[in-house]
Write a new protein. Structure first.
Length: 389
């Protein structure tokens, strides 16, 4: 989509390619985290962290750290046995429990991620001796929540990574076809072992929606129709808002029509719901691709906006969604312009040393004492430091 080394035009603003690359990378990180389903995954992770962290005993950990190495090893060995015993009871593994060596192997194979937490859940008697029975009971909270926390962690960060990869793939394309949409969705769901590549094979429903998604057998036709009508502008008067000589009012109306077209496309895509999973993430990637492809800034739909965003799709409210997208895109370009001004200001305020100044500075390294009284040396060194770092 973007040619390396060439200036990028967004909302009538010019960004050098290097600056735009930095800005789009910052946006991608926010976009990959702000996706509604990914936010939910991170909320689930936070809930497990809250349960586990609130149960961790800092005094136990400090006492454990004060013990000599032999006692630490002995306590951890006992706690490993406890965790493996609990795991065997709940059928976590099928191997038979044997001697201490076998138990340690089972712990390392299935429960090694418990180790950093164990000192916080160890319990000691008043005379400082390790209390096996009390510790065994105390490990329940960790045993019941840490494996789920591990799965929640992997789910959240894998979803974030997959979303980032899908966005990167999308903006690498000169244009997006329906086949590309299927590919984007497969990347979005790359970490889901149960994901079926391609359009949905069973009908799905959207929780809280008042509409029924398109029947599975009609998805290919509806997608073809959607893409064809998008190219025709859905009957809107689509014109370039950056055309010279038009009035501000005309410029604004043309811009609004671009966002109306994206709103129609996005609402219809989500109501078709062409995939088993990842429809929202895929749809928002397509929306941002389309915006960037038209020289408009991309948008973020954050958790704060989630209720209104879903209602706008539910109600087929094109004007409402277009306004939401325009506001978010305008905020994004405002941020980008601000960052660009700072970047330009830094580059122009005598921070870049000239070739002569660099030669002079290098000469100081060879010929002059590097003391705090050598002001020309210090000034040039400060300039070089700003230039490099």
């Amino acid at each position: 989509m973007f040619e390396k080394g060439k200036d990028i035009f967004v909302f009538g603003q010019v960004f050098p390619y290097e600056l735009f690359e930095y800005l789009i990378n910052r946006f991608k990180e926010a976009f990959s985290h702000s996706s509604l389903s990914i936010e939910e995954a991170f909320k689930e992770l936070d809930q497990f962290d809250l349960i586990i962290n609130s149960s961790m005993n800092q005094e136990s950990n400090q006492y454990f750290k004060s013990l000599d190495s032999a006692k630490k090893r002995a306590i951890l060995s006992e706690m490993h046995k406890m965790i493996v015993f609990k795991g065997a009871h709940f059928g976590v593994f099928s191997e038979a429990m044997g001697d201490d060596h076998n138990i340690e192997e089972l712990f390392q194979k299935y429960f090694s991620y418990f180790d950093p937490y164990l000192p916080f859940f160890s319990i000691y008697s008043e005379d400082g001796e390790f209390d096996k029975r009390a510790t065994f009971r105390n490990l329940d909270t960790l045993f019941y929540n840490l494996p789920q926390r591990k799965m929640a962690y992997e789910k959240a960060y894998n979803m974030q990574k997959d979303n980032l990869n899908a966005f990167d793939y999308a903006i690498s394309l000169p244009e997006i076809t329906i086949r590309d949409v299927i590919k984007i969705n497969s990347i979005v769901n790359a970490s889901d072992d149960n994901h079926e590549v391609g359009f949905k094979r069973t009908n799905n429903a959207i929780f809280g929606a008042t509409f029924t998604p398109v029947d599975k057998k009609n998805v290919p036709f509806e997608m073809q129709k959607l893409f064809a009508e998008y190219k025709e502008g859905f009957g809107l008067d689509i014109k370039d808002p950056s055309e010279a000589g038009i009035t501000p009012e005309e410029k604004y109306e043309r811009t609004c029509n671009l966002f109306r077209r994206e709103a129609i496309f996005h609402i219809r895509f989500e109501r078709i719901h062409p995939f088993t999973d990842g429809n929202g993430r895929t749809g928002r990637i397509l929306m941002n691709y389309n915006l960037l492809n038209q020289g408009l800034a991309p948008v973020l739909i954050t958790g704060i906006m989630a209720h209104d965003y879903r209602k706008l799709i539910n109600d087929y409210d094109v004007e409402g969604l277009a306004k939401m997208l325009l506001n978010s895109s305008s905020q994004q370009i405002t941020n980008w312009v601000s960052i660009g001004k700072v970047h330009t200001s830094i580059r122009k305020k005598d921070i870049n040393p000239t070739n002569e100044e660099l030669a002079e500075l290098l000469g100081y390294f060879d010929d002059e004492p590097h003391s705090t009284e050598n002001k020309p040396y210090l000034q040039l060194l400060k300039k070089l430091n700003l230039f490099l770092f």
